[in-house]
Design a binder for this molecule. Structure first.
Ligand code: PXG
Ligand code: PLP
Length: 446
């Protein structure tokens, strides 16, 4: 037994814990931890038993609410039946069943599913699929990948490279060659306090045409965007913008990838954002809500023609030399099947349609609070942007986050932007509690 494993060596303080926390202020957190011990429905419970309203669906993933019986039981049964099965050159029934059950929910024309274990893996998988697709078709000269400023596409190399959040990129060197970025679509001078999709900015899609002319379109494999950019601070696409991106991609034979890791699974009131916006990408990356966050899983969804392109060589070759040890993990498939049942029984993939107006009004009622410089919303997503405190950007946002936790609300903060995206089972009273707590905090926050 090593030192750390001995019961007497275990300290109740977290200050010296071995756990290197991801995307966290490790030292500050370990001095003043915020722990969640249990969860049910709309609520987390701390180890002391304090009840915390979940304003962010965990990390934008627990769309059906926490510890749903059907999903828990599906996982329990799944793990007791088949703990693991090798996914390469072997299979298990749930993988095929889950993929086939997903297809009717997908935007029309999307017919094939490649499983991963996270959004980051989905993004890197989709980028590789795009490059390989062109290569297999004899257009291997299409090697460039285009992302967008303020985009978040996870943390693997491809996703970091096409991502557009400076702080997530700058310390990791040159990343992947051949990547370029379009301008972001955020224009507060014209669009501040827009309700839903901003009116101005469709023309920003022309930035893709500029990039095409700079590099020559024949060098570009794919463009990846989040329809609603969530992580960087909730940027809703201007009216007509996504349609224009689609047109430019079509004009030049470029694949369009929608990163719907957050946007999918009912967040906008449709199963997928592609349906909500009426714009069809060639590939969709997703994760999170696919298993209600219960077991890690992601997927890349694709159009039939892409899949068929890979199926053209000799039958005794591996069509896609890519995949993960845990692709289509049986326990994740079980969780996914349980999740789909809950979504369907409760109509959760379209429920937001009924709630969106109430939600929008509640979000925009925050406009008179001190330091609020913008409010953005779509579906069951809202962001309240605060003016940064002089000389201390992010401080006001962080304090709001900490105070909210004290007051029994979990809200996500990125810089000085507060973001809300609760489970889709939220009740109107709970919406009032979320924004009511935020209002109380903002009124007193220096
Ligand atoms: N693409 C998008 C659009 C995402 O939102 C990923 C890829 C990566 O997924 P994984 O499963 O590898 O984390 C995401 C994930 C936040 C936050 O607080 C958002 C994400 C992850 C962690 C935190 O905004 N989005
Ligand atoms: N590194 C090594 C040495 C491996 O053997 C493997 C998988 O077999 C990996 C990385 C990739 O791991 P995963 O398939 O879980 O992504």
């Amino acid at each position: 037994m090593n030192e750390r494993a001995r019961p007497e060596a275990v300290s109740t303080s977290l200050e010296n814990s071995a756990f290197f926390m991801p995307f966290s202020m490790n030292r500050a957190f370990k001095k003043a931890p915020r722990l969640l011990a249990r969860a049910e429905g709309m609520y987390y419970y701390t180890p002391e038993g304090r009840k915390i309203l979940d304003g962010t669906a965990g990390l934008w993933c627990v769309n059906a609410g926490h510890c749903r019986k059907k999903i828990v039981e599906a996982v329990q049964k799944g793990v007791a039946t088949l703990d693991f099965a090798p996914p390469f050159q072997m299979g298990h029934p749930l993988a095929f069943e889950f993929a086939d059950r997903l297809v009717p929910l997908l935007p029309k024309g999307m017919t094939r599913v490649f499983f991963t274990n996270s959004g980051s893996e989905s993004v890197d998988t989709a980028l590789k699929l795009a490059l390989a697709y062109h290569r297999v078709r004899g257009e291997g000269h299409r090697m460039r990948l285009i992302g967008r400023e303020k985009g978040y596409h996870g943390v693997n190399f491809g996703g970091t490279a096409v991502g557009g959040i400076v702080g997530n990129r700058k310390i990791f060197g040159a990343l992947v060659a051949g990547v370029d970025h379009m301008r972001h679509t955020h224009d507060p001078t014209k669009n501040a306090f827009s309700r839903g999709q901003p009116q101005h900015g469709a023309e920003l899609a022309e930035d893709l045409e500029r990039i095409c002319q700079l590099h020559d379109p024949s060098t570009i494999a794919a463009v990846i965007v989040e329809p609603v950019a969530c992580s960087a601070g909730v940027y809703v696409p201007p009216q007509g913008y996504l349609q224009k991106l689609r047109e430019i991609c079509d004009r030049h034979g470029i694949l369009l990838i929608f990163d719907e890791v957050i946007n999918a699974w009912g967040r906008l009131g449709k199963p997928f954002a592609a349906d909500y916006f009426g714009v069809m990408p060639d590939l969709i990356t997703t994760a999170k809500g696919i298993t209600n966050g219960t077991v890690p899983m992601g997927a890349v969804l694709m159009k039939e023609n892409l899949y068929q392109t890979f199926m053209t060589g000799p039958e005794n070759t591996i069509e896609m030399p890519h995949g993960y040890t845990y692709s289509a993990h049986p326990v994740a498939c079980a969780a996914g099947l349980g999740t789909l049942e809950v979504y369907q029984e409760e109509g959760l993939l379209t429920r937001v349609g009924e709630l969106a107006k109430y939600w929008e009004d509640a979000a925009h009622s925050m406009r008179d609070c001190p330091n609020v410089v913008d409010i953005r919303n779509l579906g069951l997503i809202a962001a309240i942007e605060l003016a940064p405190r002089a000389g201390a950007p992010g401080a006001r946002g962080l304090e709001a986050h900490l105070k909210a936790f004290e007051k029994g609300v979990y809200m996500r903060v990125t810089g000085d932007v507060i973001a809300f995206a609760p489970p889709l089972i939220i009740k109107k009273e709970e919406i009032d509690q979320l924004f009511g707590t935020a209002r109380e905090i903002l009124k007193t926050l220096p």
